[in-house]
Design a protein around this ligand. Sequence first.
Ligand code: PMP
Length: 290
Amino acid sequence: MSRIAYVNGQYVPFASARVHIEDRGYQLADGVYEVIAVWDGRPIDLLPHLRRLGRSLAESRLEWPVGERTLRTVLLLLVERNYVRNGMIYIQISRGIYKRNFLFPPKEVRSTLVVTAHSHSRLASAALFEQGVSVITLNDLRWQRCDIKSISLLPNVLSRQVASERGAFEAWLLGSDGTITEGTSSTAWIVTNSGHVITRPLSPAILGGITRERVLCLAKLLGLIVLERPFTLEDAQHAAEAFLTSTTTFILPVVTLNGRQIKNGIPGAVTRLLRTAYLSSLTSGAAMGW
Ligand code: PMP
């Protein structure tokens, strides 16, 4: 079963899909991206993801390479042609191919669009949920526009590697004021001993997670008290529960933080409730965004 990818208007075999060495994404990380989960053959929250992509493009002064309708067609075709039931779609747009220069290339240079879709057997893994994950904290070394989903991910890569080398699943990043901003590729949450669900408010310090929006909405529907406020490492260490959210993991309990158990080190009841609600919102069609 050979995979196919989409590169600048063409469907090509995945194995031979290429962009030029002078692509600005390759040379300057001058581009943005988006990741969309596919669940039971359908993209989840397609509209919010495309809206966020539009925002990342606008904030980066990049143009849409194709119309939104065309992009949707490409995504759906790739899901179908790559036989993806559960998996993900990856979209990357860079400022095109031109001789290396920090200045924008001339107007006629078209941005580069690459789209892939692949199956992911551990998408929203139930086994990983039951086990829970370990997180360590590291200083947040990133830039001041983390709200843009930029392909410039070196600090995220370095931090995630350190986390892995220390046996952790994710690193939560500490801002200079001692609060936790977010994970290298996930949103950070805690549940206080009084049952309040807490996550940081939107700002340029974090990526506005699409899963975050869905979980905030579900938590409110479930009657939970939700507070969008920053929290510290100490708050997290003394929390009743902690969890992380992202497109590919949905909701995962954080059971140890810097090697210390959170409460009794097992997935918490609120986290479980939210995961159940999240999964049923997908099958009820509420999160499809068609
Ligand atoms: N923060 C960062 C830095 C991320 O890379 C991601 C993953 N895209 C998230 C948060 C979670 O966002 P989403 O729920 O849209 O996947």
